[in-house]
Design a protein around this ligand. Structure first.
Ligand SMILES: C[S@@+](CC[C@H](N)C(=O)[O-])C[C@H]1O[C@@H](n2cnc3c(N)ncnc32)[C@H](O)[C@@H]1O
Length: 204
């Protein structure tokens, strides 16, 4: 597994990643997460040294994880110009683990498919490994989420941000700050494959 990150750039270019114009990127409704979300998570959690960022976008979370010493495998359904992205992958269509051995999955998923992302992550993780999802607090509610996810797969931990963390359309953090910041509350939701106990809530 020594070259799991290397050569990724050339690989995903050859499997059909296209050059998206700025217009296309805007149309995609892409939201980037302020990397401070990773710093805050690492004050309370020690993820596996190998992490799959499975919806990496512009690489904001991947880059911070790399800076913090993690080996990050970065994929997304679209090429958003992140030069360390390993491949273009539709995560929800992924059937097999991309490598052997233990690893965790961490991302801010597309919100409308967040439940499906968690379910797929739990399918693809080895037993005992963790899935870290940056999600709106309101993800906690809802009949379908309870019946299809929380009831049988409760998160092990939920870490609520005590200060708002920005999630900026097209990565335009400055524009967002200038227009007043964020009115959305987020948290890190942490699932551990096989965990069936109570959920603990903490603040970071
Ligand atoms: C909210 S953005 C977050 C980007 C990045 N994780 C971050 O936090 O900065 C969600 C990303 O999910 C990607 N995406 C949407 N559907 C996907 C799928 N089926 N498989 C992989 N990535 C997907 C989008 O292209 C987009 O880059």
């Amino acid at each position: 597994m020594k070259d799991w990150r290397g050569n990724g750039n050339s690989l995903w270019k050859t499997i059909g990643a296209s050059n998206h114009t700025d217009k296309e990127r805007e149309r995609d409704d892409y939201y980037a997460t302020d990397p401070v979300a990773v710093d805050k998570l690492l004050t309370v959690e020690q993820p596996n040294k190998r992490i799959w960022e499975c919806a990496c976008g512009g690489g904001h979370l991947s880059e911070r994880l790399t800076e913090r010493g993690y080996a990050v495998y970065s994929t997304d359904i679209k090429d958003r110009g992140y030069d360390q992205m390993n491949r273009v992958v539709d995560f929800l269509a992924q059937k097999t683990r991309p490598f052997s051995g233990d690893y965790d999955i961490l991302t801010n998923p597309p919100y409308k498919f967040a439940k499906e992302f968690v379910q797929k992550a739990l399918d693809l993780l080895p037993a005992g490994c963790r899935c870290y999802m940056f999600l709106k607090l309101t993800f906690l509610e809802g009949k379908a989420r309870y019946a299809e996810l929380f009831k049988n797969n409760p998160p092990r931990k939920i870490y609520v941000f005590s200060e708002r963390v920005l999630c900026a359309k097209n990565g335009e953090f400055e524009r967002m700050r200038e227009s007043g910041g964020s009115c959305v509350a987020f948290a890190w939701f942490v699932w551990e494959k096989g965990y069936k106990g109570k959920t603990t809530v903490g603040w970071i």
